[in-house]
Design a binder for this molecule. Structure first.
Ligand code: HEM
Length: 146
């Protein structure tokens, strides 16, 4: 069984990497804080840009993603949800203060994830390409989203 610590720790994967504007369009549409307005301006000036998911240390695997979240600087709605919910916010704040605690939980949660039971043939597959299962042809998946 997953628990809130798994959810918060695994989302910490967003301590590295980037996202295309379309994936956080809902956050930009709301423009309900300074950061979402900034994202909206950046994407309207440059629609093909990629946005750093951890705005503090974009390329380092560290706990700065959580520090950014405590400043309401999460890119996805799913990132922001972690700081809005009381239970997960407590864990976010702990990881923001304690990198070792994040690392320990991340390792534990990744190992747990690897044990998720395979209840049907689409679960447990490591995809060679985003947006389609390994058995699915490019045409069936829609070449534009493959
Ligand atoms: C709440 C669940 C999650 C959601 C909704 C989510 C969503 C996304 C989206 C929409 C992107 C951007 C894709 C793009 O623009 O091309 C992304 C990127 C990324 N995600 Fe997640 N993700 C989730 C969980 C995770 C987990 C569990 C990990 C790893 C432990 C992870 C690691 C990454 C990384 C490293 C990138 C950047 C990829 C790159 O720069 O090429 N994400 N995520």
């Amino acid at each position: 069984m997953g628990d809130p610590a798994d959810l918060v720790a695994l989302s910490g994967g967003h301590t590295v990497g980037r996202a295309h504007c379309g994936f956080f369009a809902d956050r930009m549409r709301r423009q309900d804080d300074t950061f979402s307005r900034k994202l909206a301006v950046n994407c309207s000036l440059e629609p093909n840009r990629v946005q750093n998911l951890d705005v503090i240390t974009p390329d380092a695997f560290d706990n700065a993603y959580y520090m950014a979240l405590t400043n309401k600087q999460g890119v996805f709605t799913s990132d922001m949800a972690l700081i809005k919910d009381r239970t997960t916010a407590r864990i976010v704040r702990r990881f923001a203060q304690d990198k070792a605690a994040f690392f320990a939980q991340f390792a534990k949660s990744m190992a747990k994830l690897s044990q998720v039971p395979r209840s049907d043939r689409n679960v447990g597959e490591i995809r060679r390409s985003c947006f389609r299962t390994n058995g699915q042809s490019l045409v069936a998946a829609g070449a534009a989203s493959a």
